[in-house]
Write a protein that binds this ligand. Sequence first.
Ligand code: UDP
Length: 456
Amino acid sequence: MEKGGEECLAHCIILPFPIQGHINPMLQFAKRLRHKGIKVTLAATKHLFKTMQEYSGSVAVETISDGYDEGGMASAESGEEYLARFRQVGTQTLEEVIERLKNSCCAVDCIVYDAFLPWSLDLAKKLGLVGAAFFTQSCAVDHIYHHVYKGDVKLPLSDSEILIPGLPPLKPSDMPSFLYVHGSYPPLLKMVVNQFQNIEKVDWLLFNTFHKLEEEVIDWMAKLLPVKAIGPTIPSMYLDKRIEDDIEYGLSVYKPITSECMEWLDKQESDSVIYVSFGSLAQLGKAQMEELAWGLKLSNKYFLWVVRTSEESKLPKDFAKETSEKGLIVSWCPQLDILAHKSVGCFITHCGWNSTLEALSLGVPMVAMPQWTDQSTNAKYVMDVWKMGIRAPSDENGMVSRETIFNCVGQVMEGETGEEIKKNAIKWKELAREAVDKGGSSDRNIDEFVSKLVHS
Ligand code: UDP
């Protein structure tokens, strides 16, 4: 098929769940597909599209509706209501887009849908299209949810160790919080388990990970399902440097304070700065923010801390002023540029899957302070499997004290433990690059996906 002289081998719709941590990896995957000659159209909810006004990326965009065009998810009465309405209105409006594109030069062949939106697979099958579920969390975490779906892990969890094939023995506190904290966020628990509700119909399960990172669990899951690791979906410019059209990471919901951060980092010594961020959603309690603040001060190291505007009031009074010689506090930053900067020697992170993968792929040792959802499982892997950092232990109230923060930072940045972690960090950085580089495991998996699509 030809369009404007450009060859169209096949056409994929990419449908992310409209939150930062899902849009970025799916958009980056879209760019990798484009690089291999596949036409890609991002299906964005109308509300998301409004926040994308500055988006000038190369991936085409069509809008659909989640039923909340004005206020988006935040305007729904509950998570359950949002998901139900998205399912109903999303199915209808996505079908309309796909029907309309039938009359263009390049009809849609495949829906790559966020695994949080399994109704998209029903639509793909109704329309005779290929359906590929895209998982934005780790393979280990989704393997756990799959076991819950199948009834092989029973809830509520008992206090004993949990043994799941392909995973290290897990304590209940290593499990995703929706399972571990009984009764927490029931609609979200239902959503993550329901990712598997119609999985027998799926053509592909695409994971934002790479084979060497989660070898055992990927191989286990691949015995049951058509699993492919296609990550890390970090822009090529930070890894294999093969795709030029890659300046933009994704769609920033917040505006990054770029030049101030970079100029400040340029002034610091190699591996000397602690970067601190808890992602786009996590909310620390005021007391925990204070412990973190005093822990940073106690460390006497330089730090760059992302405190979103909504969290600012939780900082101790005058903290920014008092520590202005050592610290820079910003409301949002270009995280990949920060992690890639030579001055950054440690990342205090909530262990969101994107942040974890970004730190691994850019070789930055971590102090893990998981807050909720999949973060505790990611933290377990960071410390015990990949040995790329330390999980900061919390007290019986879930609080990480200032002394603990001071100790963990010291262990990660200094001494024998620090050296061992740094050695591993360099190893994982190299393995991540290899996976997406030409002929690497993820690159070959994307080639296989593309080839089957083109010849289906
Ligand atoms: N991020 C960023 N600037 C910041 C903080 C975070 O660009 O100041 C990006 C980060 O690089 C990552 C995403 O926001 O890609 C956060 O995703 P993650 O899965 O780590 O956490 P979530 O926000 O979903 O909890």
